[in-house]
Design a protein around this ligand. Structure first.
Ligand SMILES: Nc1nc2c(c(=O)[nH]1)N[C@H]1C(S)=C(S)[C@@H](COP(=O)(O)OP(=O)(O)OC[C@H]3O[C@@H](n4cnc5c(=O)[nH]c(N)nc54)[C@H](O)[C@@H]3O)O[C@H]1N2
Ligand SMILES: Nc1nc2c(c(=O)[nH]1)N[C@H]1C(S)=C(S)[C@@H](COP(=O)(O)OP(=O)(O)OC[C@H]3O[C@@H](n4cnc5c(=O)[nH]c(N)nc54)[C@H](O)[C@@H]3O)O[C@H]1N2
Ligand code: SF4
Ligand SMILES: [Mo]
Length: 568
């Protein structure tokens, strides 16, 4: 066991906090800058949750050795191309990627794209080459932070804590905590963000706020400005639901101020998510937000592995399948690691039917909803029982996680399972655990400075507001404070504005063209009248969502859907 007592929060979250383990107690590490000694409710729930101790096969407890034998036998029986490897983001340590290298070599079908940030990432890559955030100190230098489609104080509470006294502008259909604490809240209609970005660009031009130096350097801004001019201002106002008065207020607030723009998933949960994001990034560039001499940059979910060399070889000869479109029924063997597709993947009904008709192996730390359909459950040991490194998609600080407890006898770490399978199948090419960990601990990638910026010059978006019938609602699904995706304190309510006429406690059926489900209503003025809100982890939310991929990033688009409500 390690003498070093640092551990990292393994959860899928921007902050990547570090803690220290002392005399059986865990405290936030004061020396880890973004953590600053604080721990959140989700990390505490993660420590306290009930961990799996024994493998289960056909609902009967067995030993780890027996479980590994069942797995190996099955892997030898099936044709590799009839098997699927499906990895979620339950633990974001770098060592979690080891198993994929085995399944790639074995010949399983792998997934591509994302259930999370794929569209936005693709859009930012198209404008600036890489999805990398500026250094955290730049955010601290900002006078005004524009929070656009991100629930900043909830989903990255430690980053928020560092800047909470600044002036905020929030752009979000929901009146989030940060919206309530903002100087200005633009409660736009869902999926009208690119139109808002174009409207803001026109106003920026009229007020002479264009960063001419930046735009000249990259030469492509003129077509972007032409795009912004292509529609009458009033039609933008109507589409977005944002008044011109509020647009003027926006520019009053940022005038002569250093501005940072913090983007989140909300802007890109749609078919054209990549281009919508690219449009917002182009507006930011027009205003000079990317120019470090004037402003403080644009943040998103960055590529946390930018600058590092991949330590596991997961190249495959097979065509990958979009994670948003996976049809589990197509495979004889499905191996699921650190994911809960029954709740988190699009279209729950299709997921469950698919899982029922294949042999499912689940590797995880506890019993989740997906385990009900698993034939074999293998317990992974807890994050306290394995060495790892957490890189952050929010900022540039990494967190180290040392093994501070011995693993339970019938559990196994992801790396040790990978090694066991490499050895059993006589594969070579897996690096030693220590070598990989040392690499991630010691290597410091250079900060990213982009050399190109390509403004978007054309965009076509199918507007949800054009398809929406009067009696239909936009479907919003976002994160909540005390649960982390499908783990911990789950909230299964459907949130509606009281002006809809529905009351607390009403039981309603929500239906979309993909499916339907029942919900209990809770009313709140925080939700716009034309929207409904279900939090991530809501067990019924994904009965409504599309299992198709977005336009260009092979990724899910949870909000590309309209719903009807009926009182049950
Ligand atoms: N407490 C907690 N923290 C988390 C997580 C968690 O489950 N719980 N999950 C983690 C994960 S996996 C991720 S990916 C991140 C994501 O964190 P965020 O990037 O903050 O993403 P979301 O909470 O999904 O959505 C952000 C906001 O977008 C708004 N939104 C929805 N539709 C639109 C729209 O059309 N336009 C605009 N402008 N806004 C819109 C929503 O109302 C919401 O407030 O958070 C991480 N952190
Ligand atoms: N309706 C709706 N659906 C969504 C979203 C939404 O906002 N709304 N958000 C989407 C987003 S952003 C994301 S990232 C995805 C997340 O979707 P998934 O990646 O499926 O994440 P979870 O549902 O949290 O399931 C993760 C599982 O990993 C397990 N786990 C935790 N630690 C470990 C470990 O050390 N080893 C192993 N092997 N397993 C571990 C946990 O017990 C948990 O059951 O969901 C997406 N789905
Ligand atoms: S804020 Fe995020 S990274 Fe930090 S302890 Fe909480 S869940 Fe973990
Ligand atoms: Mo995510």
């Amino acid at each position: 066991m390690s003498l070093n007592n640092k551990i990292a929060c393994p959860l899928d979250c921007y902050d990547a906090c570090e803690a220290v383990f002392e005399n059986g107690k865990i405290k936030g590490n004061k020396k880890h800058y973004p953590t600053n000694g604080n721990m959140c409710a989700n990390f505490i729930s993660c420590i306290k949750q009930e961990y799996l101790k024994t493998p289960i096969y056909n609902n009967v407890e067995i030993t780890l050795n027996e479980a590994l034998n069942v797995l190996v036998k099955k892997l030898k029986e099936v044709k590799p191309e009839n098997s699927l490897f499906y990895k979620g983001s339950g633990n974001l340590g770098v060592m979690q990627s080891s198993l994929k290298s085995f399944f790639a070599k074995y010949g399983s079908i792998l997934t591509q794209g994302s259930l999370c940030d794929g569209g936005g990432g693709k859009g930012i890559k198209a404008t600036r080459g890489e999805v990398v955030n500026p250094p955290l100190e730049k955010l601290l230098q900002a006078d005004v932070i524009i929070v656009w489609g991100r629930n900043f104080s909830v989903t990255s509470s430690h980053m928020y804590e560092l800047v909470k006294n600044k002036t905020f502008i929030t752009i979000d259909p929901i009146k989030t905590h940060i919206a309530k604490n903002s100087e200005l809240h633009l409660a736009l209609n869902p999926k009208t963000d690119y139109e808002l970005a174009l409207l803001l660009t026109r106003f920026a031009y009229m007020q002479d706020l264009e960063d001419e130096e930046f735009c000249k350097k990259f030469e492509t801004s003129e077509e972007f400005f032409e795009l912004a001019k292509s529609r009458p201002i009033l039609s933008y106002e109507e589409a977005t639901g944002v008044s011109l008065e509020d647009i003027n207020r926006f520019f009053e607030i940022i005038e002569n101020k250093k501005v940072a723009l913090v983007l989140g998933l909300g802007i890109q949960k749609y078919y054209e998510g990549a281009n919508i994001t690219r449009c917002i990034d182009s507006f930011a560039a027009f205003l000079g937000l990317h120019n470090p001499l004037k402003h403080c940059g644009v943040w998103y979910l960055s590529n946390s592995k930018y600058g590092y060399e991949e330590q596991f070889n997961s190249s495959t000869k097979h065509q990958k399948i979009d994670v948003s479109e996976v049809d589990f029924s197509k495979y004889e063997l499905v191996f699921i690691q650190g994911a809960n597709p029954v709740v988190s993947a699009p279209n729950t009904k299709r997921v469950i039917e698919g899982l029922k008709s294949s042999f499912v192996v689940y590797l995880g730390i506890n019993i989740n909803d997906t385990c009900e359909y698993a034939d074999l459950i293998i317990p992974a040991c807890s994050f306290l029982q394995k060495d790892d490194v957490r890189l952050s998609y929010g900022h540039e600080y990494k967190a180290i996680s040392n093994k501070v407890q011995e693993p339970l006898s019938e559990t196994i770490s992801e790396y040790n399972l990978t090694k066991y399978l490499f050895d059993t199948f006589k594969f070579d090419g897996l690096k030693k655990e220590k070598e990989i960990l040392d690499y991630y601990i010691k290597y410091q990638p250079k900060a990213y400075e982009f050399e190109k910026f390509e403004f978007i010059d054309d965009i076509e978006v199918e507007h949800l507001y054009e398809k929406k019938l009067k009696e239909q609602y936009y479907f919003i699904t976002a994160k909540k404070k005390k649960n982390l995706n499908s783990s911990f304190k789950i909230d299964n309510y459907l949130y509606l504005n009281p002006q809809t006429g529905y009351k607390d406690g009403d039981i309603v059926t929500l239906s979309s063209k993909y499916g339907n489900a029942k919900f209990e209503v809770k009313t709140t003025f925080d939700v716009k009248e034309n929207c409904v809100l279900c939090y991530a982890g809501n067990k019924n939310a994904n009965y409504l969502t599309p299992y198709q991929s977005d336009e260009s990033s092979h990724s899910a688009m949870y909000q590309e859907v309209l719903v009807n409500i009926e009182l049950s």
